[in-house]
Design a protein around this ligand. Structure first.
Ligand code: NDP
Ligand code: 2IT
Length: 451
């Protein structure tokens, strides 16, 4: 692609949005909320739905930085502050070429409900950039992060808005962002979570989302009378922070995770994914998953070009428990049908909105236990809030303490979702249970705080 083609493509992508994810997320929530909205007119009187679906404010800004060849690069930066009825705005930053304001609005909207479900004092936000960290040197990532923070710092603060990581943003990026914030403001404060431990990060934050998702699923299986993970074959998609730690926890509970995937393809290892190799390839070397074959000739790699029409290879592999942990809409109706045919009993969303609405319908029709993202992956943001508490108190909690708090939080969320679904006449429907329980807490706070 020539430079001018690249530029035109970027203008099209960021200014002529066809992105539908925000509407998809809102529609799902509104359908779930029908019973609560109909049972109490107070929510309509206070225009809660209109107020909840409109962000408090959205920032879009230019990020100019210089690559290692001294070429000047321009990206779009964003932060969407959606709702702070329950606490400071809180939510991750995503660095990925697909990022636009529509995707961030969907993620920010979901974050309000997720954060509410944790029971912790945090509001909902999301941000990021169409910057692609892939293939960039550490120095380039640092320069981009500094340039991004030059603008972002005006809008955030430990009691205002506390960003964290998401796709493409891990401890390395958070470290650079923190360094720049500190430099600009001369203030050493807990303005970001997911920091490296040596300067205020929480132990267990890297593991939190994946571990939390497995704890949630364990509890959900218990409620359904299908105890435990021992010996269960699991399919996991993704090969990043969430997927890796989901796999790690699954092993600890006796399960056998046999798949993982990245944007290039899927690995199926019938002996179980070798976690050390996976970490080495994706976390340490930041390489393609195809490298897994170098040391594991028994595994099968399927590149994306060979995925089934309208579906994804990872869901073709027979499993009892599925964990989509890569990105939105990565599990389609076709995939859902395949999972059902292959005897899958549960699907837990480690990623945000990975299942399409049609896929969720298939799960519902077939009584598959389904843990929606805003409940199942809330462990990450919960431990982020623990990090905020540690920073505010100048404390460092032990790994054991944080993990025990994470486990309790996830089991409590599952209970809240389970009981809410029962209360509203949709027992076993965790989508409705999560939406209603998340909504109720934030809506009641909004009413109490007035307009
Ligand atoms: P990472 O950047 O660590 O990993 C993302 C993984 O998903 C990578 O393997 C990446 O492939 C793959 N991926 C990303 N986009 C696509 C795509 N469009 N098509 C195919 N594969 C893709 O991100 P996380 O693990 O942190 O996030 C994964 C999901 O979990 C996201 O939906 C995120 O919003 C959600 N989440 C994350 C939390 C956290 O604490 N980090 C908390 C709650 C939810 P490749 O390696 O090739 O880039
Ligand atoms: O989607 C999410 O919950 C996250 N990316 C984590 C947010 C956070 O503030 O830790």
């Amino acid at each position: 692609m020539s430079i001018s083609d690249e530029t035109i493509e970027k203008i099209r992508r960021t200014n002529c949005q066809t992105d539908n994810t925000f509407f998809q997320a809102v529609e799902e929530v509104l359908v779930s909320l029908k019973p609560i909205l109909e049972s109490d007119p107070i929510y309509e009187r206070h225009a809660i739905v209109e107020r909840l679906t409109t962000p408090d404010r959205e920032f879009k800004f230019k990020v100019v930085w210089m690559d290692d060849n001294q070429k000047i690069m321009v990206n779009n930066g964003y932060r969407v502050q959606f709702n702070n009825a329950l606490g400071p705005y809180k939510g991750g930053l995503r660095f990925h070429p697909s990022v636009n304001s529509g995707i961030l609005k969907f993620l920010g909207f979901e974050q309000i409900f997720k954060n509410s479900l944790t029971g912790l004092p945090i509001g909902g936000a999301k941000g990021g950039s169409d910057f692609d960290p892939k293939g960039k040197s550490d120095f380039e990532v640092m320069k981009f992060c500094s340039a991004y923070m030059t603008e972002l710092h005006k809008h955030i603060g430990p009691r205002i808005d506390v960003p964290a990581g998401d796709i493409g943003v891990g401890a390395r990026e958070i470290g650079y962002l923190f360094g720049e914030y500190k430099k600009i403001t001369s203030s050493y404060e807990g303005v970001l979570t997911g920091k490296p431990f040596m300067f205020g990060g929480s132990l267990m934050r890297p593991e939190a989302t994946g571990y939390g998702c497995v704890y949630f699923t364990d509890e959900m299986l218990k409620y359904a009378g299908k105890d435990g993970f021992e010996g269960r074959i699991c399919a996991v998609s993704g090969a990043g922070n969430v997927a890796i730690h989901t796999i790690e926890k699954l092993y600890k509970l006796g399960a056998k995770p046999v798949t993982c995937s990245d944007s290039g393809g899927t690995i199926y290892d019938p002996r179980g994914i070798d976690l050390d190799t996976l970490k080495d390839i994706k976390l340490k070397k930041r390489e393609s998953l195809i490298k897994y074959l170098d040391t594991h000739s028994e595994a099968i790699y399927t590149p994306v070009e060979e995925y089934p029409e309208g579906g994804h290879e990872v869901w073709q592999i027979p499993c009892e428990c599925a964990f989509p942990c890569a990105t939105q809409n990565e599990l389609t109706e076709i995939d859902a049908k395949t999972l059902v045919e292959n005897g899958c009993i549960s699907v837990s969303e480690g990623a945000n909105m990975p299942s399409t609405p049609e896929a969720i319908e298939v799960f519902k029709e077939n009584d598959i236990l389904f843990a929606p993202a805003k409940a199942a992956n809330a462990g990450g943001v919960a431990v982020s809030e623990f990090e905020m508490s540690q920073n505010a108190g100048m404390e460092k909690w032990t790994y054991e303490k944080v993990e025990s708090m994470l486990e309790t939080t996830m089991r409590q969320i599952c209970k809240r979702v389970h009981l809410t679904a029962q209360e509203y006449g949709v027992a076993g429907n965790y989508v409705d249970g999560a939406n209603i329980a998340g909504f109720k807490r934030v809506a009641d706070a909004m009413i109490a705080e007035g307009i």
